[in-house]
Design a protein around this ligand. Structure first.
Ligand code: HPA
Ligand code: ZN
Length: 326
């Protein structure tokens, strides 16, 4: 349709994407072969067919298992490059990608290996695809804050390559407050701050409250449950806090896409955006996520443009880059 065509051509921004979550089964097989790692599946198709997540923990198990094939700098380059080509093909002009260093250093891959591979892909993406990429380092909230602090310190020699820090992984029993000291230090080092408040998780509203009032984040990842609390909603609007919704991801780990909630946030003047989270696992890059919300809600062109404008406003690009992508 006309609208599908409009959507395809729309210049896009992606602000919630885990680079390890872009590992497609075909690349996973290729890297496994290159690194002499045996996979318990006979083909990429069989691996893809095995994906069956019904909540965040069940997804995370598959996600961490998948990344065992990532070992060398070239592996991280190839992972990022495959995503950049895909994104450029969907007319994404700017993307902020999360990476999970602890998921690699915890199994013996050096921080330096991870970041150099991503950095080299980032530079090539800008040069060859005209795709502007920034890196956000996430801490795994199901580990102790001491491990996060050690990772923060380990990142400091690469400070100029990383725009901000986030918090992901299993939310249950791991509130933002657990990482208050780490995020305070990150802010002092000049990093911008975001944290996941995944949809429909335990204590999600309290986690959003801690993000806004204790950690004082610059953005919240997901955060859709803020609709249930008028005070928090008003505060996020007043501070123009970006909310990075991920509808297809929500469809796997909660009871639906949360499309009506996204529309309500948009209409309430919140800086909500639409993103893909872990596209290789959930089966949809940014265009498919926008299309899914559009179909569920009959969004107009105007709504789609508003979503993209929200992304420009809440992204962490330098002003000159913001001008170019808006
Ligand atoms: N939620 C929390 N942690 C994650 C996710 C997610 O969707 N993807 C990768 N780590
Ligand atoms: Zn996420």
């Amino acid at each position: 349709s006309d609208l599908d065509d409009f959507l395809l051509k729309l210049p896009k921004i992606e602000l919630h994407l885990h680079i390890e979550g872009t590992l497609e089964p075909e690349l996973r097989f290729r890297l496994a072969e290159r690194n002499n790692i045996e996979l318990p599946y006979s083909s990429a198709a069989e691996l893809r067919a095995s994906y069956d997540f019904d909540d965040l923990p069940s997804f995370l198990t598959g996600y961490y298992d998948g990344m065992r094939v990532l070992r060398t700098e070239q592996d991280f380059y190839d992972l990022a490059w495959a995503y950049f080509e895909k994104a450029a093909g969907q007319n994404v002009r700017y993307t902020e990608i999360f990476f999970d260093p602890q998921a690699h250093t915890g199994r013996g891959v050096a921080f330096d290996t991870v970041i150099r591979g991503l950095r080299r892909a980032q530079l090539d993406g800008r040069r060859l695809l005209h795709l502007h990429v920034q890196l956000i380092m996430c801490f795994l909230r199901d580990y102790q804050p001491e491990f996060a602090m050690a990772t923060l310190l380990e990142s400091l020699p690469y400070r100029e390559w990383i725009v901000g820090v986030g918090l992901d992984s299993d939310e249950r029993g791991n509130p933002p407050r657990k990482f208050a000291e780490v995020f305070h230090r990150a802010r002092e080092e000049g990093y911008l701050l975001t944290m996941h408040c995944d949809v429909d998780q335990e204590n999600t509203t309290e986690h959003i409250r801690q993000c806004l009032h204790e950690i004082e984040v610059d953005r919240i990842d997901h955060g859709v449950n803020i609709l249930t609390d008028p005070e928090l909603l008003a505060e996020a609007r007043r501070r123009r806090i970006g909310l990075t919704a991920c509808p297809i991801s929500n469809g796997w780990v909660s009871d639906g896409l949360k499309a009506p909630e996204i529309k309500r946030l948009l209409d309430a003047g919140l800086k909500v955006t639409v993103n893909s989270d872990d596209p290789a696992y959930f089966g949809g890059y940014v265009s498919e996520n926008l299309a899914a919300v559009q179909r569920a809600l009959e969004l107009t062109r105007h709504d789609l443009v508003r979503l993209q404008r929200n992304a420009v406003e809440s992204c962490w690009a330098p002003p000159a880059v913001k001008d170019r992508i808006s």
